[in-house]
Write a protein that binds this ligand. Structure first.
Ligand code: NAP
Length: 250
């Protein structure tokens, strides 16, 4: 199919809720055709109703790696191109280091890292053909400093930062920019649960966040949109903290 240079198509994994929904909202505001991917059909449909005609849904469990190539092929068949990929879908689990089972460790690595590799590889095949594209991974403060009780999550997000740089050096000469956004503590269902169950951790978070408050999902939406846009055309291989200074706070 011919590339339509007047339109842009983005995939946002986990775009039905939280930070992914904020990214999809920002993209749609900019007129970008946005496919949101998740496991929960109802969640995706609710998001689509709110976001309107430029929003498309794709139900897929990304931890089933064999489902990813057909997902990408379907998107290409329907939309003709993929200009932007945002790897946002992710899971977390808070548990003492010695209590984490091999299965739990691997489950988190599988969704947060293996699936990100597989979908990126499949999308990059099409971006290489087009000679352009922008990929944004969603990392975390857990890759900026040591956080207790999130061993698998920290390992997965630190690997994402490494993958951002490795992909950027290999793909940027071919027109594909690869960056990551590292959200600080942002209000979503995930952080609400994690922090409210641990007041000591909550106090610590605010104690080292110079701006003194949590971020909002739209702060991540704006940063991802910037990195995806031509305004960031000379930026590749960076991990951008959007964190109110949390990663450099004393
Ligand atoms: P969230 O609301 O729980 O969103 C996670 C999304 O990922 C959901 O929409 C979920 O959709 C999707 N997802 C999870 N597993 C999936 C799978 N196997 N296949 C397809 N979709 C899957 O969490 P969030 O806070 O917005 O987090 C989004 C990203 O930001 C994550 O990568 C997280 O690590 C990162 N992050 C968040 C914060 C924060 O403060 N919120 C801070 C640092 C990093 P379904 O349920 O429909 O599958």
């Amino acid at each position: 199919m011919m590339q339509d240079t007047t339109k842009k198509v983005a995939i946002v994994t986990g775009g039905g809720s939280g930070l992914g929904l904020a990214v999809a909202t920002r993209f749609i505001k900019a007129g970008i055709h946005t496919i949101i991917v998740g496991r929960d059909t109802e969640k995706l449909n609710t998001a689509k109703t709110a976001l309107g005609n430029l929003c498309y849904t794709a139900v897929c469990d990304l931890s089933d790696l064999t489902a990813i190539p057909p997902l990408v092929d379907d998107i290409i068949a329907t939309h003709g191109q993929i200009d932007i990929l945002v790897n946002n879908a992710g899971i977390n689990m808070k548990k003492e280091f010695t209590e984490v089972t091999d299965e739990e460790f691997q489950r988190i690595i599988h969704t947060n890292l293996n699936a990100v590799f597989t979908i990126s590889r499949e999308v990059v095949k099409h971006m290489l053909h087009a000679g352009k594209g922008s990929i944004i991974h969603i990392s975390s403060m857990a890759a900026q400093y040591g956080l207790p009780k999130v061993i698998a999550y920290s390992a997965s997000k630190t690997a994402i930062d490494g993958m951002t740089r490795a992909m950027a050096v290999e793909l940027s000469p071919k027109g594909i920019r690869v960056n990551a956004v590292a959200p600080g503590f942002i209000y979503t269902a995930m952080t609400d649960k994690a922090l409210n169950s641990d007041p000591e951790r909550k106090a610590k978070v605010f104690g080292r966040t110079p701006m003194g408050h949590m971020g909002q999902p739209e702060d991540i939406g704006e940063a991802v949109y910037f990195l995806a846009s031509d305004a960031a055309k000379y930026i590749t291989g960076v991990v951008l903290p959007v964190d109110g200074g949390n990663s450099i706070g004393f």
